[in-house]
Design a protein around this ligand. Structure first.
Ligand code: NAP
Length: 239
């Protein structure tokens, strides 16, 4: 029996990270051909072990998604190889916080913008033209609850994530009626290994699981979500 994403090609940027890995696995389980970007060889080897049950469905490319030329070449290559690109999920991002705005190093501010905003911009510039040619496609950009809840000590991250939501919202207006849909996801603190290490005394049970967020992403990427375009979807669970 055909699975929900059989015959579909899916790009997961940052697809070996805490959330990205869960997203990549969920798409593989639903029959998609998945291409991930990665930076860390060990993370890629770990994901490959899971994809080994059907290795032709999983490919990985080492790409710096803040580098315009690398992103362009990479997207052109996968579109040429698969003939179409049905879904793009951008899970690349990074967090820095714990400093008041006036104490924030400008390098950290730039890094937050680069990883949480520019990464998405470059991926979108490369992916959207290919999807417009096909007259279909679904794009999910991972923002954060911090885009709308602006806590103390997190100005650089909140700025970048809020701008990412604005970028997707404006892009949604550009894409109206084209068959290409674009949405943002706003996770609160996710139950990842890195967060458990960083906050050992927290109540992990309250944190949304990466696999549950992946299910929301697959729904938004599916034809069942045809009416959802330009949304910023909170995935906070009980937190
Ligand atoms: N974790 C949370 O609690 C949480 C909450 C709200 C929102 N989010 C957002 O959700 C998304 C996923 O978070 P996560 O916890 O899964 O983070 P993560 O584990 O750090 O995953 C991010 C992935 O992006 C990769 N990456 C970083 N810089 C890159 C670059 N220049 N080029 C290509 N890849 C790059 C990372 O590679 P390396 O491992 O090599 O750095 C990593 O594989 C992010 O946008 C994050 O801001 C997370």
């Amino acid at each position: 029996m055909d699975k929900r994403f059989s015959g579909k090609s899916v790009l997961v940027a940052g697809g070996t990270g805490g959330l990205g890995r869960a997203v990549s696995i969920a798409f593989l389980e639903e029959g998609a051909k998945v291409v991930v970007t990665y930076r860390n060889q060990k993370e890629w080897e770990d994901l490959k072990e899971i994809g080994d049950s059907n290795p032709s469905s999983l490919a990985g490319h080492r790409v710096d998604v803040t580098d315009e030329a690398e992103v362009e070449q990479f997207v052109q290559k996968i579109v040429a190889e698969y003939g179409h690109l049905d879904v793009m999920v951008n899970t690349v991002g990074a967090y820095a916080g714990g400093t008041k705005l006036w104490e924030t190093d400008p390098k950290v501010f730039d890094q937050m913008l680069s990883l949480n905003l520019r990464s998405g911009f470059l991926l979108l510039r490369a992916v959207v033209p290919a999807m417009l040619k096909q007259k279909r496609g679904a794009i999910i950009n991972i923002s954060s609850r911090a885009a709308v809840d602006h806590a103390a000590g997190g100005a650089a991250y909140a700025t970048a994530k809020a701008a990412a939501v604005a970028m997707i919202d404006s892009l949604a207006a550009d894409l109206k009626g084209t068959g290409v849909r674009v949405n943002s996801i706003l996770p609160s603190i996710i139950d990842t290994e890195a967060n458990r290490k960083a906050m050992p005394n927290a109540d992990f049970a309250q944190w949304p699981k990466a696999g549950d967020i992946a299910r929301v992403i697959l729904f938004l990427s599916s034809d069942e979500a045809q009416l959802i375009h330009g949304a910023a979807v909170p995935v906070y669970g009980n937190s």
